[in-house]
Ligand binder design. Structure first.
Ligand SMILES: Nc1nc2c(ncn2[C@@H]2O[C@H](COP(=O)(O)OP(=O)(O)OP(=O)(O)O)[C@@H](O)[C@H]2O)c(=O)[nH]1
Ligand SMILES: [Mg+2]
Ligand SMILES: [Zn+2]
Length: 307
């Protein structure tokens, strides 16, 4: 029989099949292609499985080819990667303006990653009920100004008061398989609970997290939306480790730079200080946002130091 992995807790996988939910395990070692993975099977994977004789449990025999996936560098194991989820229609980054404020750098790293996997992305600004002060209003304005022209929708919601959820957010997620990502404490699980009441995901006040990096949600889990489609809640991430991107490839993942590809004087231009660089020219003319260009440089130099 076939099924979709809805939760993975390390050695056991919870799989949704036509006949209901079953617990399944892997038999023996799984061959993975080029990728060195900390998790051979990810939430969202479609698998072929078989009931164990005389038991309620099943064995996973095969992973069907993944349409796509979001992957990040493993924080625990060097040179290893971790698949966050697979077979997605879109990736949603939940951001907040305080406690914690999501940095533009973090947003851009996330978007570079989803661009590289060709997964559409959107930003959801949560905790709008807490918006106060000119500084926060200005931050929000900048977020809209930067990301909307690039094709990333920016929605304002409050998972706590339900603001924006049914009328604005739902049309974006209905009938789709969406990954929910973001820092710990931004309200991913609260958002999920508001949309899928049966989910009953644990949520916790920020003060409980402290600096130790304790996350309330510890495993990715997929929940069907009553209106169709599904949402994948994930543990919070501190930094998004982008997989190796070549120097002159990085700009492919910035839609506003991608437009000018092939127009620079040198075809291996990194858009830093090469003569005849069209990207720099467009930056000076105001067609590329200086914050985005700064993120580009930051990622470029960070990746540099890993080489
Ligand atoms: N004021 C306000 N608080 C919110 C909102 N959404 C979530 N919170 C609170 O923020 C805290 C963290 O929420 P969670 O849903 O646990 O955050 P999370 O992103 O799932 O965190 P991890 O599972 O650790 O990644 C909780 O105290 C929530 O009640 C909101 O829209 N407004
Ligand atoms: Mg959570
Ligand atoms: Zn250039």
């Amino acid at each position: 029989m076939k099924g979709r992995v809805i939760k993975s807790t390390g050695s056991w996988y919870v799989v949704q099949t036509d006949g209901g939910i079953v617990s399944a395990r892997l038999k023996g070692k799984f061959k993975q292609d080029e990728l060195k993975l900390t998790n051979p099977i990810a939430v969202g994977d479609l698998v072929e499985l078989e009931k164990e004789p005389g038991q309620e449990t099943a064995v996973i025999l095969e992973i069907l080819p993944r349409e796509n996936y979001v992957i990040r560098k493993s924080t625990r194991k060097q040179h290893f990667s971790h698949i966050i989820a697979s077979n997605l229609d879109q990736a949603i980054l939940v951001i907040t303006m305080k406690k914690p404020r999501t940095s533009l750098g973090f947003i851009d790293r996330f978007l570079v990653s989803t661009e590289s996997f060709r997964i559409p992305a959107m930003l959801v600004v949560n905790k709008m009920d807490q918006l106060e002060g000119e500084d926060e209003v200005e931050w929000l304005r900048v977020i809209h100004e930067i990301y909307e022209p690039l094709g990333y929708p920016v929605l304002e919601v409050s998972a706590l008061t339900d603001m924006g959820l049914k009328e604005k957010f739902l049309p974006f997620i209905q009938g789709k398989s969406s990954l929910i990502s973001g820092h710990s404490g931004v309200g991913k699980s609260t958002l999920l609970n508001a949309l899928v009441p049966e989910a009953r995901q644990d949520t916790k006040e920020i003060s409980f997290y402290s600096a130790k990096g304790v996350h309330t949600t510890t495993f990715a889990e997929l929940f069907p939306l009553p209106e169709g489609g599904d949402l994948i809640d994930t543990p919070g991430i501190k930094e998004f480790g982008i997989l190796d991107v070549e120097e002159n490839e990085l700009s492919h993942y910035f839609p506003e730079m991608r437009k000018y590809l092939g127009q620079c004087k040198y075809n291996n231009c990194t858009h830093v200080n090469e003569p005849g660089c069209v990207v720099r020219k467009k930056l000076e003319e105001g067609y590329i946002h200086p914050y985005r260009y700064q993120s580009y440089l930051n990622i470029l130099h960070e990746e540099d130091s890993h080489r």
